[in-house]
Write a protein that binds this ligand. Structure first.
Ligand code: ZN
Length: 488
């Protein structure tokens, strides 16, 4: 069944499952383990809605030849190949395909409402689906209004309704003056709260001073939610040389490692004093890894993510004026990149997420290529898996590790026990991946809204051929994604 991806051309599906939104049960809080009760009577053979079988099916136990049975949008059976599960629909994987759990991306800026010309729910979730990502969690800023109150969250949900091709959750925002809004937002199902320790890039989402961050972290600890922090220290950056212009080296010097290291130390101190859960967003400075490892060893509730651009690109190769590469914190040197890979391998870094943060092309200042002027953000939502897999296999890292960093890792961060793993009781979200197939990135064929990415023209290994949400293939025309709540 190769080559039928809507990523190549949107075509009607060859089969028709019942529309999942009518049949999908609520997400279970329990960890997937027990089989869901059979709908079949004891005298007849159980017939699944869907059976997928093949020589390479990636469960938490590793890849093996298996059959997967799906009922009502949930994985109901995982058996050795040859078990002969019967489905109303059956998919046989091609010999070069691996069935993966749908990936989870907990760091996506969708920007709707308010800056829908930057990105929107339909385009972002189509891009996610085309990249094998079946769950995204939307960042609270760059939309107008930002997600800093319950009414603002309701506006977000209204904007997303009927446009989501994958499941979508929401982060809340912690800004000066909204401490009293945090608990109500938590009760309305946000997955945690984002704050900045430096100017966020948009005026309606101001940053917290270190003391305010600690106060909000203490508040968030009272209901055991999570504070996620853009950790760059504003004072360190004020003291760094800020030279406008086209030279990447000047931009890099304006966002030094020291700014990240200092801010991360503040977050760790605050986590120690409050006992609350904190998460470091988009780690770029490898110098902070020993600090984070020590905090974890001490038993502090600290986690950390990094992103494909820090793991696959390097400052030495960024052309002058190439503002598609601009992001904050910045892409650093090759040696730094290797240390980040080591941080993943030794378990200091918990997960890899995109930080897909698009804007319109003119905000990227393409005519002048001035790094000081251009919007900071890399667009890569659709490419995460082939990007990371291409680099990982060069390093001898197996696919199951890559998938863990990009599925169960982020799912665990946000507490979605039914996401990011191919196991009985989990949601039947899948990607069919061809790990040996080559592709060359063509930005004009990506699904996100504004055609810019630093990966345009890149040669990658690995192609996502088809993506399934709750047991139904995502076709790019019928949005079947749900809006998720934490502790649903
Ligand atoms: Zn971000």
């Amino acid at each position: 069944m190769r080559g039928s991806s809507w990523n190549e051309s949107v075509q009607p599906l060859e089969w028709n499952w019942p529309r999942p939104e009518k049949r999908r049960p609520p997400l279970s809080e329990a960890a997937p383990s027990e089989a869901t009760p059979s709908e079949a009577t004891p005298s007849e053979k159980k017939i699944f809605d869907l059976v997928i079988r093949g020589a390479s099916v990636l469960t938490p136990a590793g890849p093996a030849a298996r059959e997967v049975g799906v009922n009502a949008g949930v994985i109901a059976a995982v058996e050795p190949l040859g078990a002969g599960l019967t489905g109303r629909e059956t998919i046989e994987l091609a010999s070069d395909e691996t069935l993966l759990p749908g990936l989870v991306d907990s760091h996506v800026h969708i920007n709707e409402p308010g800056r829908t010309d930057w990105e929107g729910f339909a385009s972002a979730t189509r891009a996610a689906a085309a990249g094998g990502v079946t769950t995204v969690v939307d960042m609270p800023l760059n939309s107008i209004p930002p997600t800093t109150t319950v009414p603002h969250l309701e506006l977000k949900r209204r904007a997303a309704t009927g446009q989501a091709f994958v499941d979508v959750g929401f982060w809340g925002g912690a800004i000066p003056g909204n401490t009293a809004d945090l608990r109500p937002l938590h009760e309305e199902g946000v997955f945690g709260f984002k704050c900045f320790l430096i100017h966020s890039g948009v005026d309606e989402f101001p940053h917290l001073e270190t003391e305010e961050m600690e106060r909000d972290l203490a508040e968030i600890g009272t209901f055991d939610s999570l504070l996620i922090v853009h950790a760059e220290d504003s004072r360190t950056i004020e003291e760094a040389p800020a030279v406008p212009g086209r030279h990447y080296a000047d931009f890099l010097a304006s966002r030094p490692r020291a700014a990240e290291n200092t801010a991360i130390a503040h977050v760790i101190d605050a986590a120690r004093r409050t006992g609350a859960r904190a998460h470091i967003l988009h780690l770029s400075s490898a110098e902070a890894l020993p600090l984070i490892a020590a905090a974890k060893a001490e038993g502090l509730r600290i986690t950390v993510e990094t992103c494909p651009h820090y793991l696959t690109l390097q400052a030495e190769d960024v052309p002058d004026g190439a503002t598609a590469y601009k992001c904050c914190p910045p892409i650093r040197e090759a040696g730094n990149r290797e240390q980040l890979w080591q941080g993943l391998e030794d378990g200091t870094i918990d997960c890899i997420v995109s930080d897909h943060s698009p804007s319109t092309l003119d905000l990227k200042d393409l005519d002048n290529g001035d790094f000081a002027v251009a919007w900071g953000g890399v667009s890569s939502l659709q490419l995460g898996l082939p990007l990371i897999w291409t680099e990982a296999r060069k390093r001898g890292i197996p696919l199951e590790k890559v998938v863990g960093w990009m599925s169960s890792g982020p799912a665990d961060l946000v507490g979605l026990a039914a996401k990011g793993r191919l196991a009985v009781g989990a949601d039947a979200d899948f990607a069919i991946f061809a790990p040996d197939e080559a592709q060359v990135v063509d930005v004009t064929r990506l699904k996100h809204k504004n055609p810019i990415t630093p990966y345009d023209g890149a040669s990658l290994t690995g192609v996502v051929r088809r993506t399934f949400l709750a047991g139904a293939e995502i076709d790019g025309t019928t949005p079947t994604g749900r809006l998720l709540r934490s502790h649903a």
